[in-house]
Write a protein that binds this ligand. Structure first.
Ligand SMILES: Cc1cc2nc3c(=O)[nH]c(=O)nc-3n(C[C@H](O)[C@H](O)[C@H](O)COP(=O)(O)O)c2cc1C
Length: 194
């Protein structure tokens, strides 16, 4: 039996957390600088906002070193983690020195740390920020982006665990873009015109 939970009921907070844990997310590390030192955290609350202008959104817990650094510097870098980057994700989410044994260079002139061993990154300047509950939403304007490792799979977080992506179907169907011209690949809704 499927049970849905209503806000205000005692079991709702855990039901909400559990439901949100079923939203699969790419795993990122957001970095910036605070008082001249690199800071950063593992973050999955990241999404695109618009292509023109190129904007993305991150949601950071207020009072974290990373949120304080983004407020101070007005810039941040979102790094996409590749499959195998789980140890970075764990290190940047744990207490302690997040940059120990991590290769990076400093972005000029912002000084924001750009990590080396990642799938790609977006360098952003803060366009807007908004405090919501115990988080700060930062809308970043993407000033620079790069995919460093083409063909590598991303690290995904789902149901409180790190996961791999696996293609659903064969390569021809997997590359199907829903906004492209109609194609007959045997999928519902994609048959030949009647
Ligand atoms: C998979 C995963 C995703 C996370 N996503 C976020 C997030 O989107 N926003 C956030 O504020 N914290 C998130 N966290 C928690 C931060 O990584 C953690 O609080 C970090 O230690 C904060 O570092 P700081 O205080 O040095 O900035 C996440 C943790 C994990 C393990």
């Amino acid at each position: 039996m499927v049970v849905s939970y209503i806000e205000g009921s005692p079991l709702f907070p855990e039901a909400f957390r559990r439901a949100m844990s079923h939203l699969a997310s790419g795993v990122t590390i957001v970095t910036t600088s605070l008082n001249g030192s690199p800071v950063g955290m593992t973050a999955t609350a990241v999404c695109s906002v618009s292509a023109k202008p190129p904007l993305l959104l991150i949601s950071l817990t207020s009072g974290t070193r990373t949120a304080s650094g983004v407020l101070e510097s007005g810039t941040f870098v979102v790094h996409l983690l590749a499959q195998g980057g789980q140890q970075f994700a764990e290190q940047f989410a744990a207490p302690g020195d997040h940059f120990e044994c991590v290769s990076y260079h400093c972005h000029e002139p912002s000084g924001a740390p750009v990590l080396e061993d990642v799938l790609g990154f977006f360098f952003c300047s803060v366009e807007r920020s908004l405090e919501v509950a115990d988080h700060i939403l930062f809308v970043g304007r993407v000033l620079e982006c790069e995919v460093k490792a083409r063909g590598h799979d991303p690290l995904v977080y789902f149901d409180r665990a790190y996961r791999k992506v696996v293609p659903v179907l064969d390569a021809a169907v997997a590359s199907l873009e829903p906004w492209g011209p109609p194609q007959d690949l045997g999928l519902p809704g994609w048959g030949l015109p009647v």
